[in-house]
Design a protein around this ligand. Structure first.
Ligand SMILES: [Zn+2]
Length: 144
């Protein structure tokens, strides 16, 4: 979906609904989560509901990531040239992605969500489910 379409809104809206539902289920079964964890989980759900479209050059998330990558590259030139190079390599890599290929797969959902478990397992769960919801809404639920 692109910026001109309504898709980004639907993806983020339903990702937030799913995230709220997951957090409610966790609360209902007695998982104790702080307000900070709940709010960050909502942010993760929102972002991961859009993340698969990073391979679509006209998408909202692609634009955000390009802006963020350029900002990181620009700022890190003065701090760490290695980080600047990594940011630029990531930006170039994003330009090579083709829409609804690998990034729209369950394996990609796992690869992007798993590192969140280093912060909190709830973030990884919410990120993975929001990512999967995007794939289901796109009709592209495939392993790889
Ligand atoms: Zn998509």
């Amino acid at each position: 979906m692109n910026r001109k379409g309504f898709g980004w809104f639907l993806h983020s809206f339903f990702a937030l609904l799913l995230t709220l539902f997951v957090l409610w289920v966790l609360y209902s079964i007695g998982v104790d989560l702080s307000i900070k964890t709940l709010l960050f989980a909502l942010l993760i759900g929102y972002i991961y509901g859009l993340l698969p479209d990073l391979d679509e050059k006209r998408s909202v998330i692609h634009g955000w990531l390009i802006d963020l990558g350029l900002l990181i590259a620009l700022v890190s030139v003065f701090i760490s040239k290695e980080i600047a190079v990594i940011a630029l390599v990531c930006l170039l890599f994003m330009r090579t992605l083709r829409h609804r290929r690998f990034v729209h797969s369950i394996i990609a959902a796992l690869i992007f969500s798993a590192p969140l478990a280093l912060l909190h397992w709830v973030y990884a769960l919410v990120g993975f489910l929001a990512y999967l919801l995007h794939l289901i809404m796109d009709g592209t639920l495939k392993l790889k």
